[in-house]
Design a protein around this ligand. Sequence first.
Ligand SMILES: [Cu+2]
Length: 100
Amino acid sequence: MKHLLAAIVFSALSAFSAGAVQAAEKTVTLDVFSMNCPTCPYIIRQTLSRVEGVRKVVVSYEDKTAIVIYDDARTNPGALSAATASVGFPSKIVKKEGSS
Ligand SMILES: [Cu+2]
């Protein structure tokens, strides 16, 4: 239920920020292995959402992952991983899409 609510809130935020269309949109999955309670995803999502260039963040507590859609010209997976680490959640880059 919390996840459903989060998804709804997030959809609203996404719609709000969907105005500026730019080219280099990429997706990365971070393994946020240190999540240990249901509040963690909220903190992680807030943190990643505030990183310049981030378009969308979907955090799964069950999977301990954060899927981030970002503007390749403004940020990068290393910076995203560093952002989660800065609030106490070290993360590993497990998957990149749309990049070579
Ligand atoms: Cu927690």
